[in-house]
Ligand binder design. Sequence first.
Ligand SMILES: Cc1cc2nc3c(=O)[nH]c(=O)nc-3n(C[C@H](O)[C@H](O)[C@H](O)COP(=O)(O)OP(=O)(O)OC[C@H]3O[C@@H](n4cnc5c(N)ncnc54)[C@H](O)[C@@H]3O)c2cc1C
Length: 307
Amino acid sequence: MLETVLRLITEIVGMPGVLVEEPMSRHTTFRIGGAADVIIEPPGEKQLAAVIKMLKRFKVPYFVMGNGSNLLVGDGGIRGAVIKISSTMSKCSVDENDDTIIHAESGVKLSKLANTALNNALTGFEFAAGIPGTLGGAVFMNAGAYGGEMKDVIKKVSFIDTEDCSIHTVPVQECDFGYRKSRFSDGGAIITGASIQLENGDMSEIRAKMDDLAERRRSKQPLDKPSAGSTFKRPEGYFAGTLIQDAGLKGYRIGGAEVSQKHAGFVINTGDATAKDVRELIDYVREDVKKKYGVELEPEVKFVGEF
Ligand SMILES: Cc1cc2nc3c(=O)[nH]c(=O)nc-3n(C[C@H](O)[C@H](O)[C@H](O)COP(=O)(O)OP(=O)(O)OC[C@H]3O[C@@H](n4cnc5c(N)ncnc54)[C@H](O)[C@@H]3O)c2cc1C
């Protein structure tokens, strides 16, 4: 990338916020992915807007990520810039006037938000405690689990419109939330923060619910192996994991990628999987399930970069 752009961006975000030729395997839960030309971690909304302006001015392509828990990055890495909105933009606090509302920056982890809710005896966010993403990634995806979805708790969302770098806040009604999608899924916006609306509850009941859901996850999901969670979206009228299991694909391997023995809905990295292995395995599973059951499986995992 142009020296000049790098220098100008470093001036905006500071030295530690710029990682050059950085392996994406260090930034994804799959632990897979070649190097990004540069990863930029902005410390706040204003710096983020300034970085976008700069990248656009120099026509540098960019990709926005949170915790990388729903990404498969190609072995060839990512050309241009990756903007990582995570720990450097992760403040959250309870509203001063209404103690059932939490305001948060989009880089906050869902687990931290869930703990903030718990510590303030607020109920409604327990479902999200075990999803290993950021608030921004979860809003983008309308992440959900155990009967809850982000759309149930979001009050408003703030974002930068990347067309003109203007900053907006919209109420939940304008977020177009659907199954694993939102108005942000089509691109063109970077989520910078959100407010969530919860209810006063009982701290010990909230804790018990979080513990119960964590145990259900541990017993059903291969949490000890790198993955990006459920590989496929839920096809209407079916469960992806059941279809894959019934097709006899549990434990099926290509290279270091494997259909988890514990939960067939997860493709896992057994240690040395490449993005190519994972992609080939996903394609194989899709073809086999289509052939045997006539059902089209659509990946939930996002493919990014050069394969
Ligand atoms: C073990 C495991 C369990 C999981 N369980 C669940 C589950 O129960 N339910 C569920 O829904 N998901 C689950 N997931 C998937 C994943 O955690 C969610 O999709 C999560 O919402 C992704 O958040 P992220 O910050 O990691 O986003 P990333 O993976 O970094 O990005 C996902 C998408 O969001 C976009 N994005 C991220 N941040 C922003 C932003 N600030 N502005 C604009 N776009 C942005 C990215 O461009 C990308 O397209 C699981 C994953 C794992 C590894």
